[in-house]
Ligand binder design. Structure first.
Ligand code: NAP
Length: 258
C-alpha cells in the first residue's frame, strides 16, 4: 500500500459487529460506546446489571445494541454468546473480552471458591469465547480479538493471587492465539489498564494509605478514567492495527515504566 492510500477511514468500524463482555459498567461500557462511536453494532452479554444505560448510549450514536443475559462463569454460556451474535447479526468482527472479577484476601486465608470463580470468569471464559469467535472469524478471514489484561499481567500484586494468575494467563493466551490466528488474518491483542476509577478499584481508592501509595507511583499523577481507554480499543479493533498482533498495550499513565 502507498502512503497516500492510508486515510482516517482505517480507524472506522462501519459495518462491523462487536461483542463486548461486561459492558453494563465501568471499562466495558467505555469500550462498547467507543466501538459504537467508530461505527460498530454491538452484541452485549450482561450478567447482574441490566445494561440498559449502555444500550441507550449506543443508540444515541445511531448504532444497534442487543443485550443478552449470560453468566460467563460456565463454558456453555460463553459458546452460546457467540452463537447468539451470529444468529442476530450473521457475523462477528470484534470480540472484547472485558468481563472480570477480583477477590481480595491474604494468601494464607484465600478460599478455594475465590480461586476458582476468578479463574472461571477472567481466564476460562476468555479462552472459550475467543475460540468460538475465532472459528467464525476464520470463515471471514478477518477479525480482531482484544483481551483485557492488567498491571497484574506483569506484576505479582498482593492479596489477589487468583486475579494475578488469571491476568498472567490472559497475557499468555493473547500471544498463543495471536500466533495461530495470524494465518486467518485475525489479530489478537490485549489492553492492560492501569489504575482506573471503576467499581473494581473502589475498595483500594477508599483505603487512604493504598490510594496515596498508588497515586505517588503514577507518572501521570492521577487515576485513570474509563474514557482514557476508548482510543486504544478503537485502534486495536480497526484496520489501522492490522500489523499489530500479540501485543499487550498498557494504558496506565506510565505506571509500568516508573
Ligand atoms: P466492573 O465495573 O466491576 O466490571 C466488571 C464487569 O464484568 C461487570 O460488567 C460485570 O457484570 C462483568 N462480570 C462479572 N462477572 C461476570 C460473569 N460471571 N459473567 C458475565 N459478566 C460478568 O470493573 P471494571 O474495572 O470495569 O473491570 C473490567 C475489566 O477491566 C476486568 O477484566 C478487570 O479485571 C479489568 N481491569 C480493570 C482495572 C481497573 O483499574 N478498573 C485495571 C486493570 C484491569 P455484572 O456487574 O453485571 O455482574
Amino acid at each position: 500500500m502507498d502512503l497516500d492510500d492510508f486515510t482516517m477511514d482505517f480507524f472506522s468500524l462501519k459495518g462491523k459487529v462487536a461483542v463486548v463482555t461486561g459492558a453494563a459498567t465501568g471499562l466495558g461500557q467505555a469500550y462498547a460506546v467507543a466501538l459504537a462511536k467508530a461505527g460498530a453494532d454491538l452484541y452485549l452479554p450482561v450478567n447482574r446489571s441490566s445494561g440498559e444505560e449502555t444500550k441507550a448510549l449506543i443508540k444515541k450514536q445511531g448504532r444497534k445494541a442487543v443485550l443478552v443475559k449470560a453468566d460467563l462463569s460456565g463454558k456453555e454460556a460463553a459458546k452460546q454468546v457467540i452463537k447468539g451474535c451470529i444468529e442476530t447479526f450473521g457475523r462477528i468482527d470484534i470480540l472484547v473480552n472485558n468481563a472480570g472479577i477480583i477477590k481480595r484476601a491474604p494468601l494464607l486465608e484465600y478460599k478455594d471458591e475465590d480461586w476458582e470463580s476468578v479463574l472461571n470468569v477472567n481466564l476460562n471464559a476468555v479462552y472459550y469465547l475467543s475460540q468460538a469467535a475465532a472459528k467464525e472469524m476464520a470463515k471471514l478471514r478477518s477479525g480482531k480479538i482484544i483481551n483485557v489484561a492488567s498491571m497484574l499481567s506483569f506484576q505479582g500484586g498482593k492479596f489477589v493471587p487468583s486475579y494475578t494468575a488469571s491476568k498472567h494467563g490472559v497475557a499468555g493466551l493473547t500471544k498463543a492465539f495471536a500466533n495461530e490466528l495470524s494465518a486467518y488474518n485475525i489479530q489478537v491483542n490485549a489492553i492492560a489498564p492501569g489504575y482506573i476509577k471503576t467499581a473494581n478499584t473502589a475498595p483500594i481508592r477508599q483505603d487512604e494509605n493504598r490510594n496515596r501509595e498508588i497515586l505517588s507511583r503514577i507518572p501521570a499523577g492521577r487515576w485513570g478514567v474509563p474514557s482514557d481507554l476508548m482510543g486504544a480499543v478503537i485502534f486495536l479493533s480497526s484496520a489501522a492495527s492490522d500489523y499489530v498482533t500479540g501485543h499487550i498495550l498498557a494504558v496506565d499513565g506510565g505506571w509500568l515504566v516508573r
